[in-house]
Design a protein around this ligand. Structure first.
Ligand code: GLY
Length: 283
C-alpha cells in the first residue's frame, strides 16, 4: 500500500470547462444567491491560470455549453484514478449530459473509460474523496449506494466506504485531502460526524487539519516536480480564520485561490477541475 501512496498528488493534466452565460440564472444552487457572471468568469480564469501557468499542468479546456448551466463544475462528471476514468451519472438530471464532453476529453487523453449503465445509480464526483489508500463516497442528495458500488467495481485495487452526507451538497463540501494521509475537515457537527465515520471505516490512522469554516475545508493538494507539496485553498477575503490554519502548514507551497462567486452555486475549489496523472504515452 505504501507504493500506492507514493504517487499521491502527482498530476500532469487538468480538465476544466468554460462558464456559460446560463450559469448566472439557471445553475443549481441551494440558496437564492445572485451570481455576477463577469465576476464568476474572471474568478474561473484566475483558477485556470494557477493550474496552467503557476503549476505547469497541461490544461484541457472544454468549451462552455449554454444548455448545461452547471458545466463548469467538471469534477462531478468523472472520477479519475491512475489510468482509469469512471464517467459518472450525476444525481441532478439537468447535469447528466455534462459527461459527454468529459468522456471525449478523457478518451483523447488515452484513459481507460468505465461508464455507468445502471439507470438506478447516481454518482457525483464531488461526493468522492480519494485519500491515496482508499475511497470514501458520500451518500448525499446526488449520490446513492448503487453509484458507490459501481465506483468500487471500477477501482478494485482500493477499499471503498460510504459516508452519509447529512448537510451540504457533497461529501467534499466540508472535507478534502491536504497531503498524503492528511484530511482537511470543517468544524461543524455534520463534518465532524462524517470524519468520525471515515476514521471508523479505515484501518489507517489519518492526520487531520480542522478548519473553522466547512467550505474552507475544500482545497486542492498536489505534489509536483520542482514544487513539492502544493495546496490551493480559500482566500483571506473569504475565510480569514481558516487561512490562519493553512498557514501553519510549513512544508506546503500555499496558493490562495478566490471562489467568491462560484461558491454561491455550491461550487468549491475541487469542483472546477478533474486532475489526471498521465503516465501512458499517447499512441
Ligand atoms: N451548482 C452545482 C450543483 O448544484 O450541482
Amino acid at each position: 500500500m505504501a507504493g500506492l501512496m507514493a504517487g499521491f498528488g502527482h498530476y500532469t493534466h487538468a480538465i476544466v470547462r468554460g462558464i456559460p452565460a446560463s450559469l448566472a440564472k439557471e445553475a443549481l444552487r441551494t440558496n437564492q444567491a445572485e451570481v455576477d457572471l463577469d465576476k464568476a468568469r474572471t474568478e474561473h480564469d484566475a483558477y485556470v491560470q494557477v493550474l496552467r501557468t503557476r503549476l505547469g499542468l497541461e490544461v484541457v479546456e472544454l468549451p462552455a455549453d449554454e444548455s448545461l448551466p452547471d458545466c463548469v463544475f467538471v469534477e462531478d462528471a468523472a472520477v479519475v484514478c491512475g489510468d482509469t476514468a469512471l464517467i459518472t451519472r450525476p444525481g441532478a438530471e439537468s447535469r447528466r449530459r455534462e459527461t459527454e464532453a468529459m468522456k471525449e476529453a478523457l478518451t483523447d487523453l488515452n484513459m481507460n473509460i468505465v461508464e455507468i449503465a445502471d439507470e438506478n445509480a447516481t454518482l457525483d464526483g464531488g461526493d468522492v474523496l480519494f485519500t491515496g489508500r482508499e475511497f470514501f463516497v458520500g451518500l448525499s442528495k446526488r449520490t446513492n449506494q448503487r453509484g458507490a458500488e459501481i465506483l468500487a467495481d471500477a477501482f478494485k485495487d482500493y477499499a471503498v466506504s460510504t459516508v452519509p452526507v447529512l448537510e451540504g451538497l457533497h461529501l467534499k463540501s466540508f472535507c478534502s485531502m491536504g497531503g498524503p494521509g492528511l484530511i482537511v475537515i470543517g468544524s461543524s457537527d455534520p463534518a465532524q460526524k462524517a470524519l468520525k465515520i471515515m476514521q471508523q471505516m479505515s484501518d489507517h490512522r489519518y492526520d487531520k487539519l480542522t478548519v473553522p469554516d466547512d467550505l474552507a475545508a475544500n482545497c486542492i493538494y498536489m505534489n509536483l516536480p520542482d514544487k513539492g507539496h502544493v495546496l490551493l485553498h480559500c482566500t483571506t477575503d473569504e475565510f480569514p480564520e481558516s487561512v490562519k490554519v493553512f498557514e501553519k502548514l510549513k512544508d506546503h507551497m500555499l496558493i490562495p485561490v478566490s471562489n467568491l462567486e462560484k461558491v454561491k452555486l455550491d461550487g468549491a475549489l475541487t469542483c472546477c477541475s478533474v486532475l489526471i496523472n498521465k503516465k501512458k504515452p499517447d499512441n
